[in-house]
Design a binder for this molecule. Structure first.
Ligand code: SAH
Length: 223
């Protein structure tokens, strides 16, 4: 075997091993949904971070993606994806905070249609390239302030937010289907909680899932 093919082979082996380690860790951390675990096995997480940070992509940590933003640690993305799958309906999902596009990609493998809004243009452009490379056809991206949701595409079965507002945004609650809609997002200013709000017959039921650390949800668009 030539040196170069040896090297390529070596990289493949390493990433298969680190990926298996990530799945084992997710199971230890309490992730049980087999579809979510299969997704983490299949989606190449290293493609969603800068090449220089690729080796960190499968570790139990968040990874910087530029513009003071981060790709969440695998556990959090898996936990939120599991909460999506446990929602009464989850065919059409809106994501606020496309970021690297990793959570978008995981969702696109789990549900029929994903709409995702990002406020920072260069991040959105990179995410768009990655999602095109992976040939995902059921994703639509929009550059906008996610506090307004995506009214033209509403209603959604699930809305998932990957940046933390102080309070659940009313526009997002309004864009959920009236019976069985679910909002999943980190909420809070100092102490953030991953929060699930279920809408049943227009009544809201709030569950605090666990303490988390997310970047803040910010207003306006950055071109
Ligand atoms: N889901 C992303 C996480 C990125 S971090 C991933 O898998 O990589 C959170 C993202 O939310 C950042 O990209 C940030 O720019 C974005 N964000 C923050 N406030 C927002 C808003 N009001 N509207 C849209 N996106 C927002």
């Amino acid at each position: 075997m030539s040196k170069s093919s040896n090297r390529v082979h070596g990289i493949g082996m390493t990433s298969a091993r680190t990926r298996t380690r990530m799945i084992d860790r997710l199971v230890e951390q309490g992730i049980t949904n087999s579809k979510v675990l299969a997704c983490f096995e299949a989606v190449p997480r290293h493609l969603f971070v800068d090449e220089a940070l690729g080796h960190k992509a499968y570790e139990d940590m968040s990874v910087p993606i530029g513009y003071a933003q981060t790709l969440s640690q695998p556990y959090i993305v898996a936990r939120m994806s599991e909460l999506v799958m446990q929602a009464p309906h989850h065919e059409r999902v809106l994501e606020i905070g496309t970021g690297s596009g990793f959570q978008t990609c995981v969702l696109a493998n789990l549900v029929d249609e994903v709409c995702s809004v990002e406020r920072i243009k260069p991040l959105q452009e990179k995410a768009r390239e990655r999602l095109a490379t992976l040939k995902l056809r059921n994703v639509r991206l929009k550059l906008d302030d996610g506090f307004f949701g995506w009214p033209e595409e509403a209603p959604f079965d699930v809305i998932i937010g990957t940046a933390a507002p102080h309070e659940p945004p009313k526009e997002l609650l309004d864009q959920l289907i009236p019976d069985g809609g679910r909002l999943i997002m980190p909420i809070g200013e100092v102490d953030q909680y991953l929060t699930v709000i279920d809408k049943n017959d227009d009544e809201l039921v709030i569950q605090k899932i666990e303490p988390v650390v997310f970047v803040p949800m910010l207003s306006g668009v950055k071109k």
